[in-house]
Structure formats: structure tokens, C-alpha cells
Design a protein around this ligand. Structure first.
Ligand code: 9Z3
Length: 397
């Protein structure tokens, strides 16, 4: 009988197999020390702490990695949500894919919002006459927005409210998640897990991974050895029109689902765990989100479709109303190049469960952003209400 795949084992057994197979990330001891100090500070202040995971994960094809599989996530959901959690008084551990979007700097990074477009060179003043250069300044039309972002950023930094921890591969993500959850134990019910990272579902186990760069052409016999075996590269013999070009066939295993272990083992007693479910097919979203909630027995699944994720999400909860849609009102939707507005509403199973936004709330929110409302500005306050309820229940027990 073939040995079970790690993704098919009991959660605790899968944990030890998986974590024994990989070396922990080099940065882990440093991250753990930073997180311990961060948690200590916020336990003393009796402050709530949220672990936000954000961005994609890579799946290396080689141990000395030249090539990897990746996914679309830029970390917008995570970085934006972190800002709204900070606004709600939470301290945030931001476990993110390296080089994905970060809270606050996201407003001025990457090519869509390049920081250089916000700046200008002032004409030379009397003081700068010698050099002939004016100082660099923020353009008039961006002053207010940038001041507001800068103040919030500096507040978070100076008051130790935000801890940024990067990862790259799916296994680094797993190690970091496990460590952070355990380190957060002293926080108890004040801890919240907000798992927005797009974690790869498939990977190559370490035992089957090529050590060196996979070769695209045959090596002479005396150089063959540690490279990927001939079985993994085939020449297309069974094709109708055989080609001479090499193909690479990649055989991936399912990544073990560690949400069970997070909920039942790693996370603090009484803490709240929120996972995300991403689908592209509207007819599957609610079903898959409900199934995830039943399977892992946690507290909330936030479902979203790739094409409408900036305008609507669904809260799937164990308690009434079970399915609750959160939507940005049509007039306040931001523009999105990849989004498909026609698909808003298609995934709703039980019509009429949308959270109404009262007018003043909507106006307040829209002032904060030039391009319409960010859906996270609605998601986070709604989620904080649920967390508050849980915390209150736990403290009464
Ligand atoms: C999400 O569903 C996030 O909302 C997005 C955010 C990744 C869609 P962006 O970074 O996108 O703002 O561009 N995250 C979770 C996706 C995921 O991998 N969920 C797992 C699944 O669906 C469960 S943990 O099976």
C-alpha cells in the first residue's frame, strides 16, 4: 500500500511529518524574539492583538530555488485590513509575503501608485542658491492625503502597534504561523487571527524536490546525477506530433490543511479565528465557505470571489444569520481593472442578507479615500463587533 500523502493524514501526524521535513526559516528565531517582546508589551496594556496574514506563497521547484509557482495575491486585502484594525485600537502582527503591499506604504508603492508621481522639485530658494537645487516636496494636491497617511504610520510605529514579519515560501508561512500563534497565547481571547494570505494548495515535498536547477536539456552522462531524474522530464513521445523540445512534468502534493491545528492546538484558548475562502465560480462560493467552517469549527469564514472581492464579501458564521453579505454601495465602488462588476450578487444563496450601511457611515468612509470606499473599512468594524461579543462571552464564563 502506498504511504499516505501528508495532506491525507490526521492533523497532528501531518504536522510532525511536515515540520520535520523542512528546515525552519532562517529568520524565525529573530521573528520569534520580536514577537515575544511585542506580545509582552500588549499583554501589559491589555490590548487586543490581531495576526493578519497577507499576500501569496511561493512553491519552489528546486531546493536551491531558481523557479517557483506563485499566485496572484498582491496583499491588498491584508495591508488594507491591517490599517483598519490599527484604527480600531488593535496591535497588528503583519505576517506577509515579502515585497507584497504593506500597511500605509501601500498608498505609494508599486507601479499603480508610484511615490515619484506624488512629488515635485521646488524652485531653488535663496538658501539653496549655491547648489541651484530646490528641495523635494509633495505636490499640493496630495498634501492632505499624504499627511493623514504619514501621521497614522508614524503613530503606529512610534507606539509599537505594528510588527512586520515577512515570509516567501509556503513552508516558511507554515512555520511562522505556528510560532506566532503559540507566542500569542498570553493574549487569550483578546487574540484574533485574520488569515487573508492566499496560501498555495499544492507543493513539492522536500523529499522529492530537486536540489539544483532543473535542466532543460540532456546532460552528458558524466554530469548526470543530482539533477532531476529522466522520469521527470519527458520528450513528448506519446504526442501525435512528437517534438524535440523537452517538457517538464511537475507532480504536486496537496499542502496539509493546518487550520485544524491552529484552532485546536496552536492558538490561544478562547481566541477568534477568521479564515478566507476564495473562489472564481459564484455557484461554489457559499457552499465551499460553509464546508470550511464545518470542517475546522472556527468562528468565521469570509468568502470572496476573485472578480468581485473589492466590492462584496460574505460572512459565513456558525450562528444566525449564517450568511451575511457585505457590499460597497454601487455609487461608492472603486474602479478595478481586473474586477467584473456584473458578477456582484451572483454568489448570494439567500437573498436579502446584506448589511445596510447608514448614510452618515457611508459618507464618513468615502471621505477617507479618493477612489470610493475600501470594503475593508466595512469588514473590519463588523468583524470587531463579532470579536467583542466573543471576548465579552469569555470574560463572563
Ligand atoms: C483571500 O481570499 C483574500 O481575500 C484574497 C485577497 C487573496 C482574495 P489580494 O491580496 O486578494 O487583495 O489581491 N484569501 C484567502 C485565500 C485562500 O487561500 N484561502 C484558502 C482557500 O480558499 C483557505 S485558508 O482554500
Amino acid at each position: 500500500m502506498a504511504a499516505p500523502l501528508v495532506g491525507e493524514m490526521e492533523p497532528a501526524a501531518a504536522e510532525s511529518v511536515y515540520f520535520n521535513e523542512y528546515p525552519p526559516p532562517k529568520a524565525l528565531p529573530k521573528h520569534e524574539a520580536l514577537a515575544r517582546a511585542f506580545i509582552q508589551l500588549h499583554v501589559e496594556a491589555n490590548r487586543r492583538v490581531v495576526l493578519v496574514t497577507s499576500g501569496g506563497t511561493t512553491v519552489p521547484l528546486e531546493a536551491q530555488t531558481v523557479r517557483f509557482i506563485d499566485n496572484f495575491s498582491a496583499g491588498t486585502r491584508g495591508a488594507t485590513s491591517a490599517e483598519y484594525f490599527l484604527e480600531q485600537g488593535y496591535a497588528v502582527i503583519f505576517l506577509h509575503r515579502q515585497y507584497s503591499l504593506l500597511p500605509y506604504s501601500r498608498h505609494y508603492s508599486h507601479s499603480t501608485n508610484c511615490f515619484l508621481d506624488f512629488m515635485d522639485e521646488a524652485p531653488p530658494s535663496a538658501d539653496s542658491a549655491e547648489s541651484g537645487h530646490g528641495s523635494i516636496m509633495v505636490r499640493d494636491e496630495y498634501q492632505d492625503q499624504m499627511r493623514s497617511v504619514l501621521r497614522k504610520y508614524r503613530y503606529a510605529k512610534q507606539n509599537n502597534r505594528l510588527l512586520l514579519l515577512p515570509f516567501t515560501t509556503v513552508s516558511e508561512y507554515m512555520f511562522e504561523l505556528r510560532s506566532m500563534a503559540k507566542i500569542m497565547r498570553p493574549i487569550g481571547p483578546n487574540a484574533l487571527f485574520y488569515l487573508a494570505a492566499a496560501v498555495s494548495d499544492f507543493f513539492i515535498p522536500r523529499s522529492r524536490m530537486a536540489e539544483h536547477k532543473i535542466q532543460s536539456s540532456e546532460l552528458p552522462a558524466h554530469l548526470q546525477g543530482s539533477a532531476v531524474g529522466a522520469d521527470d522530464i519527458y520528450t513528448g513521445e506519446n504526442e501525435e506530433q512528437p517534438s524535440n523540445r523537452k517538457k517538464l512534468v511537475v507532480n504536486l502534493d496537496p499542502v496539509p490543511k493546518f487550520l485544524h491545528r491552529l484552532v485546536d492546538g496552536w492558538a490561544p484558548e478562547g481566541s477568534m479565528v477568521v479564515s478566507f475562502k476564495l473562489e472564481t465560480d459564484p455557484s461554489l462560493l457559499v457552499y465551499k465557505a460553509r464546508t470550511a467552517l464545518q470542517r475546522y469549527s472556527h468562528h468565521l469564514v469570509i468568502g470572496n470571489l476573485l472578480s468581485t472581492r473589492k466590492w462584496e464579501v460574505v460572512f459565513i458564521t456558525p450562528d444566525e444569520p449564517h450568511e451575511r453579505w457585505i457590499r460597497v454601495p454601487k455609487s461608492k465602488r472603486s474602479k478595478s481593472i481586473s474586477g467584473v462588476e456584473d458578477q456582484v450578487g451572483l454568489a448570494e444563496a439567500q437573498k436579502g442578507n446584506t448589511v445596510p450601511l447608514d448614510q452618515s457611515e457611508a459618507e464618513q468612509i468615502s471621505d477617507a479615500s479618493r477612489d470610493g470606499i475600501e470594503i475593508e473599512s466595512i469588514i473590519i468594524p463588523e468583524l470587531v463587533k463579532l470579536h467583542t461579543k466573543m471576548v465579552e462571552k469569555k470574560t463572563q464564563e
